[in-house]
Design a protein around this ligand. Sequence first.
Ligand code: ZN
Length: 300
Amino acid sequence: MCIFAGQAYADCDSERVRLIVLGSGGPELGDGRASSGYLLMLDGAARILIDTGSGTALGFERAGARIEDLDAVLFTHLHVDHAADFPAFVKAAYFTSRQRDLPVYGPAGNALMPAVDAWLAALFAAPDGAFHYLHEYLDPQQASDFKLKVQVVDPPQGISAPLRAGAWTLRATRVRHGPIPAIAWRAEAAGCALVFSGDTSNAGRTLDVLARDADLLVAHNAVPQNAGRAALMLHMPPDEIGRIAGSANVRAVLLSHRMRRTLGREPQTLAAIRRHYDGPVAFADDGAMYSLLPAAEGAR
Ligand SMILES: [Zn+2]
């Protein structure tokens, strides 16, 4: 399925880039959705995997994606609904022809959450990792077809220096998600820029800078406009998503991380966004593929 998500800017070769939503839900069971995860395709191949919440491994399979093709895995943060399926991807890779190392980028840690490198060690390192039977993917002394090349991404302020992964340029910024270390990602290839908010309240408004002139902002619609104070410490309400989209001049918005408290409230969500933003807005569903319409075909 290919759904129009918005008009790309003129320098975006929109025929080459596709976004597949592997999981459009949050942590709940009962929303009928996989937890958070996205796949960026370039020229028909799966290149960038962003978050691996539960159910995303099955979504990856259903999308016909190949682990061999991945240029990098990005984590926004390490909550269960963004990370739980990662061991399944690593084990599945054993049964593929993958030979090149797989970069894995994620946030730093704090007292509440390990950094991405410590988290991978807790999963895979010998002798104490939960899945240490897969330790060869981390240990340079052990023979394996490829290694996980882990890097903590923790820009102290502003946007990180660019990371290169295949044809992609990747940048991150810290975002506020309550007390949990979290980052948002900007991925660019073929002149197209896609930004992934991850879970954030956007306190500090760091997303505004990262999303500047993006072709698509994937924003998490985890709370309704009338959310309480505790929920707003973790997530941004719809009018904040609209404000970011408007002030950052993004070309289109895709709303994901849909939860039972926002499902069924799409008209109210859209109305709150429309107070600040008049561009294309779509609500994500699992397995949906999104493409950007070339600028020449769009009238905005
Ligand atoms: Zn989440």
